[in-house]
Design a protein around this ligand. Sequence first.
Ligand code: NAD
Ligand code: TDX
Length: 336
Amino acid sequence: MSKILVTGGAGFIGSNFVRMLLQGSDHHVVNVDALTYAGNLENLVDCERHERYAFVKADIADAAAMDAVFAARRPDVVVHFAAESHVDRSVLDATAFVRTNVIGTQVLLDKARVFKTQRFVHVSTDEVYGSLGASGYFTEETPIQPNSPYSASKASSDLMVRAAVHTHHMDCVITRCSNNYGPFQFPEKLIPLMIANAMEGKKLPVYGDGKNVRDWIHVVDHCAGIKKAMEQGRAGEVYNFGGDAERENLFVVKEILRLLGKGEDLIHYVKDRPGHDRRYAMDSSKACATLGWRPAHTFEGGLRETVAWYQQNRQWWERVRSGAYQDYYKQQYGAR
Ligand code: NAD
Ligand code: TDX
């Protein structure tokens, strides 16, 4: 039994990971999250009264606040999810991306070193490798060539983690994963946006020609990989996780419409994203061979399950879209 400090646990992947730890281990979990627009404590309603769970509202880029958290909680392990995560927002303004993703990571590394945290798991992305042509895969040896302000900030944080390993001999592991989908994903990302828009009979905005390719992985498979990397990963190593599910965006959108019984006339081609990466595809063979990990979901099965979740949890995403979810923290924890 360890004390795990999870950053960004009120977000999409972090909340799924917190739930996995509470249900599938005897670890204690401290969730540190600033509750930006992407942080939603309604993602953890079923966990908030768990005896091994605690929530702290704090900003990872605030060194004094992190000092207080580490001094009070003395975590054995940090699993670091907190980030600005949406590429389109980074195109409009990269300031918060540099602050949270780069400075926030450096602050956490500093505190983990001072307070002798045993292990630091840094959750990163395939986007640090840049964009692929029609063939080939990203391996852990692929050079870092980020193209968006988001991926540049994530790559910078990866390099700070690498430096902490080499300079300070810290026990850090970096995970890099492809595009996640599943329950509790904020409806600004492709899959939940398209599901929610289709359910409301709104247009589905497809960027460019819709032929960009992403390698889709169910969030639970990603979380299982992070848990394995946390438990068995070797210090200083990078582990790639992908879903073995490369699909063109247009295919994904049409599949969502089919599952919802809606017509393709809702598809609306819009101006392309500036600097839009064409294709991502992960080679996860290292994680399969050394961690005994593999994705359990097929894309078709995972998408069907996910569409059903958004149908059954309409109130969850309607409260996100209306902004009502932001009142939840005040109601549950008081005005702090
Ligand atoms: P998300 O945007 O849903 O959640 C991010 C969380 O971090 C939110 O709860 C937010 O409140 C919190 N946060 C933001 N700034 C903070 C700060 N300064 N201090 C404390 N908390 C802060 O993101 P996600 O999709 O769950 O992604 C989680 C991590 O996984 C990120 O590091 C992202 O780069 C990485 N990742 C995401 C994907 C994906 O497909 N979503 C794929 C690979 C890697
Ligand atoms: O409205 C849209 N229309 C559209 O065509 C949106 C939001 C997206 N797209 C396209 C852009 C991409 O080719 O769909 C694809 C997926 O877009 P996003 O969901 O924004 O994801 P992406 O940009 O690929 O980045 C995601 O995967 C890697 C996450 O947001 C990152 O946090 C993660 O690191």
